[in-house]
Design a protein around this ligand. Structure first.
Ligand code: 6PG
Length: 241
């Protein structure tokens, strides 16, 4: 992957710049295309970005009336569970901005992750424009796991090669079910932003961005978006570059 790599001294500085850029992209899309459809990342990394975006000086600039929020993946837990990605996004951002529930689409595994994946795929096909039959996001946010997973596309799982837009995935290492967008959707997006902060991510960031023989070894190496790929790093996560 040939991404644009952005490195800033601290996660605060990184997320401030990323939030401002996100506002600008949302404004441009809303003006030029009448809509801005984003898939939020889960985990802990993006929380700082969401909190910065929720601050009035930036939140007041987002065209929320033309914005629609989806999720890149979800843990199959209750919506109020501390591990829920949609709970994290609500507490950090969505509960603080004027976005109606009708345009916030959390993933919900329900009783059957397979049916839930099919239902979310149908939602994407209804709400997003297609390119070659694949729903196209305007922006997909992703974190990076220490094993090189993105969204819930974990090493050694069948989800890595799924062609449906959304896959259920039982992650043996976690002993848990997940729902995740799949690589056809990630790679069809107009923009993909990969976020990593902290020294604990320095090695996997180095491996993710390394060329050579590892090209196929990590899930993140399958990320080859048709559009823009930006990698947002603080100095600590970029230490191995
Ligand atoms: C999830 C995320 C996952 C996350 C990485 C990094 O549901 O866990 O979607 O892909 O982005 O595991 O997690 P941290 O940001 O917590 O390091």
């Amino acid at each position: 992957m040939e991404p644009e790599v952005i490195v800033r001294d601290s996660s605060d500085a990184l997320f401030a710049e990323a939030a401002e850029r996100l506002v600008a992209e949302a404004q441009a899309d809303a003006a030029e295309r009448g809509a801005f459809r984003i898939a939020l990342a889960g985990g802990s990394t993006p929380e700082g970005l969401y909190r910065r975006l929720a601050a009035p000086d930036l939140a007041d600039l987002v065209p929320w009336d033309r914005t629609e929020v989806f999720f890149g993946d979800e843990r199959c837990v209750r919506a109020d569970h501390p591990d829920s990605n949609s709970r994290m996004a609500r507490r950090a951002l969505l509960d603080h901005v004027p976005l109606p529930a009708s345009r916030i689409h959390p993933m919900d595994c329900g009783r059957d992750p397979r049916q839930a994946a099919a239902d979310y795929a149908r939602l994407l096909r209804e709400r997003l424009p297609p390119r070659d039959g694949v729903p196209v996001f305007d922006l997909v946010l992703l974190g990076l796991g220490p094993d090189g997973h993105i969204a819930s596309l974990f090493p050694g799982t069948v989800a890595l090669t799924q062609t449906e837009p959304v896959a259920p995935s039982y992650v043996i290492r976690l002993g848990a079910w997940r729902l995740t967008l799949t690589f056809p959707v990630l790679n069809a997006a107009r923009r993909v932003w990969l976020l990593a902060t902290g020294e604990a991510k320095a090695d996997i960031v180095r491996r993710a961005l390394a060329g050579g023989t590892e090209q196929r070894a990590l899930p993140v190496h399958r990320l080859r978006p048709a559009g823009e790929l930006r990698v947002w790093l603080d100095r600590a996560a970029a230490a191995g570059l």
